[in-house]
Design a protein around this ligand. Structure first.
Ligand code: NCN
Ligand code: DMD
Length: 343
């Protein structure tokens, strides 16, 4: 399993969607990028009247062996503590999810502890954290493939359940280091352009993180997406990459959050370039490499609010924007009807 064949999105409806958008009771193009978003949703769902009401956020959680090198300013134990916080409905993502009327499920992709079962926790654990990518491959090829397959299955099941959009969030201390290595090889871009402050480093911490990642990168020259994920990825990153592929297979929009979720989308796009039109990039994170990563995909994020939290917080803020975009095509009268008084 190293190929993920997916036919290109069908653009046959494009001209009918454009004609419908142009015929609504507003000057053509006057809703700016919201119209492009409406078009994207119409093409994803293959409908002139796309529906976008039910949203779900999956928070993929995983631990990283790289934390043994001091790449994060927080201890690895924060990952499990935050998983408990999501389940207690008390994290930032929970607050934003309530505001966006969106369900959250937490996915244990590879947290370094056995977790107590919970109705909102999906056990998809590949292993108790990755290995230390500074010294050895983060995971085996089998683990990487299992994570991608599981992520795809999670997204496909959510689409079958009736969710109209799948938002990707993550939690994993050390995962900006892993995502930086993935970006370095897959954007590709010089490592120094991919490494940022993560949860918060001073200049010395940032220099130490870059030096550690240079050592990790020197260990292996992988440039194929599956090999890059195996060498440098995290279980939550590989699983989110799979979720992007699963959403695209299900013709379902996928809302990509910040730097780490985008690195997963980048890996999915390198594995299967035809998934790109299913991706909606929520925001540009304050993490240093994110703008360049988005540029390398030709992606224009919806928001730029200086967020650098992850958890899917940026994606959640975009859920109402997506709902409004779909309603352009379902709720607005045509200019013809307006001029004829046909309301
Ligand atoms: O989404 C982002 O752009 C983002 C940027 C910086 C940090 N984070 C979050 O912070 C954690 C990773 O930071 P670090 O420094 O431990 O690598 C992880 O839990 C992410 O959800 C997320
Ligand atoms: C407290 C805390 C919450 C987070 N949420 C996502 N990444 C995080 C990192 C920390 C440190």
């Amino acid at each position: 399993m190293t190929a993920f064949p997916l036919p290109p999105i069908d653009r046959a409806l494009e001209s009918a969607l454009q004609a419908k958008l142009d015929g609504l009771a507003k000057p053509p193009g006057a809703l700016g990028r919201m119209e492009a978003l409406a078009m994207q949703l119409g093409l994803i769902q293959q409908r002139l009247d796309p529906q976008l009401e039910r949203a779900i956020l999956f928070v993929f959680a995983g631990d990283h062996g790289l934390t043994q090198e001091g790449v994060s300013s927080y201890p690895a134990s924060v990952t499990i503590a935050m998983v408990q916080t999501f389940l207690a409905q008390r994290a930032s993502a929970n607050a934003f999810a309530r505001a966006a009327d969106t369900e959250i499920r937490v996915v244990d992709a590879g947290v370094a502890a056995e977790l107590t079962p919970h109705p909102a926790l999906l056990d998809a654990k590949i292993a108790l954290g990755t290995r230390n990518a500074a010294h050895e491959p983060a995971m085996t090829t089998e683990q990487c493939e299992a994570a991608i397959t599981r992520g795809a299955a999670i997204a496909q099941a959510a689409a079958a359940e009736g969710f109209d959009v799948i938002a990707l969030g993550e939690m994993g201390i050390g995962n900006t280091a892993s995502a930086a290595l993935v970006m370095h090889r897959l954007a590709p871009a010089p490592l120094s352009d991919c490494v940022g402050m993560g949860t918060g480093h001073d200049a010395a911490g940032l220099a130490r993180k870059l030096a550690t990642l240079q050592r990790a990168a020197a260990r292996n020259a992988a440039s194929e997406p599956l090999a890059v994920l195996t060498e440098f990825g995290g279980f939550e990153i590989a699983m989110m990459a799979g979720a992007v592929i699963g959403a695209a297979r299900s013709k379902t929009a996928v809302l990509v959050d910040g730097f780490i979720a985008s690195a997963a989308a980048l890996a999915a796009i390198r594995l299967a370039p035809t998934v790109l039109p299913y991706c909606i990039f929520a925001h540009c994170s304050a993490e240093a490499g994110h703008r360049r990563m988005l540029d390398s995909l030709g992606a224009l994020p919806l928001l730029d609010l200086g967020l650098r939290l992850g958890e899917g917080t940026g994606g959640l803020l975009c859920v109402p924007i997506l709902r409004a975009a779909a309603r352009i095509l379902t709720d607005i009268a045509s200019l013809d009807d307006v001029m004829r008084g046909n309301l």
